[in-house]
Design a protein around this ligand. Structure first.
Ligand code: AMP
Ligand code: MN
Ligand code: MN
Ligand code: MN
Length: 277
């Protein structure tokens, strides 16, 4: 049977809207044969997703999407195949969750001070159904509060660099995140590389560092990549001897521009990250 991989997704354990079990059911219904749950900075949804995948006979990889600060930017690293109970990884993620607690308070303070928006922390917290608050929850609250038409508009006007609710990240270093993932038996994959607005030279600098530090893969096919991006990233992956991954970055049915099971195939020059699974 033709295998169909989707190795990047979010449940309500982070900023998605489906439960881990609902997400796995939807993946199966969309024709995916191998699925990974990769919530932001938490592994708390893995046990439920894994149980559901087993019940449905769906291939499953436990994962996490780790927030990284690199050269004053935020990058996302997927840890695929990690042991979800590894103490070192869990401890590292705990540090990121602690930063998220402080950041959420700071976002709310700034929204009040610079945009006159009250009670954003309580509003975002009420929408967060897992153990972390993300910017997505603030965005959903601001839409509810009538401050913008949709989540994307809120990001543009309130939550990105130069806007009232922006707080710079203080996440893991590239070296730390790769170290945690490898210690937990996983493969580190640089997520949605076309999304960082890096010049070709800066991106290749990053890929060189990433590979030297023990990074294993590049997310060549992503729900947020154009077909051109996929081709470009396939060549970068080959040049840096990185394996290629594919993932939708699905967050739930409220974001209809992105559906499960609609990814293009990996370009043929790629070596898939799942080649030795
Ligand atoms: P955080 O990790 O809490 O800073 O939030 C990052 C998440 O916010 C991403 O994973 C996306 O789900 C969401 N996000 C970031 N930028 C945008 C945007 N421009 N429009 C919609 N969602 C976004
Ligand atoms: Mn997200
Ligand atoms: Mn991401
Ligand atoms: Mn993601």
């Amino acid at each position: 049977m033709q295998q169909r991989y989707d190795l990047h997704s979010h449940s309500k354990a982070s900023d998605g809207t489906l439960s881990p079990a609902e997400l796995v059911c939807r993946a199966r219904a969309a024709g995916i044969t191998h699925f990974a749950l990769t919530d932001h900075d938490t592994l708390s949804g893995i046990a439920e997703a894994q149980g559901q995948a087993q019940a449905l006979g769906l291939g499953f990889t436990s994962g996490v999407e780790i927030s990284v600060s690199w050269n004053k930017r935020t990058l996302h690293l997927l840890g695929l195949g990690v042991d979800a109970n590894h103490p070192g990884l869990l401890q590292g993620l705990d540090g990121l969750l602690a930063f998220r607690v402080w950041r959420a308070e700071e976002i709310a303070r700034r929204l009040k001070r610079d945009a006159g928006i009250a009670d954003a922390l309580a509003g975002a917290a009420a929408l967060a159904q897992g153990d972390l608050i993300g910017r997505t929850h603030f965005a959903q609250f601001l839409v509810q509060a009538g401050r913008a038409k949709g989540v994307r508009e809120v990001f543009k006007h309130f939550l990105v660099n130069g806007k009232p609710g922006h707080v710079p990240g203080d996440w893991a270093s590239l070296e730390q995140a790769i170290g945690w993932i490898r210690a937990a038996g996983g493969q580190a994959v640089l997520a949605h590389p076309a999304r960082y607005s890096l010049t070709r030279n800066k991106l290749r600098g990053l890929l060189g560092q990433f590979q030297e530090l023990g990074g294993a893969g590049l997310e060549v096919v992503s729900g947020s990549h154009s077909l051109d991006d996929c081709q470009t990233m396939a060549h970068h992956a080959r040049d840096f001897a990185l394996l290629a991954s594919a993932g939708s970055d699905y967050h739930g049915p409220e974001s209809p521009w992105l559906e499960l099971g609609r990814l293009p195939p990996l370009p043929s020059i790629c070596r898939p990250i799942w080649q030795d699974w």
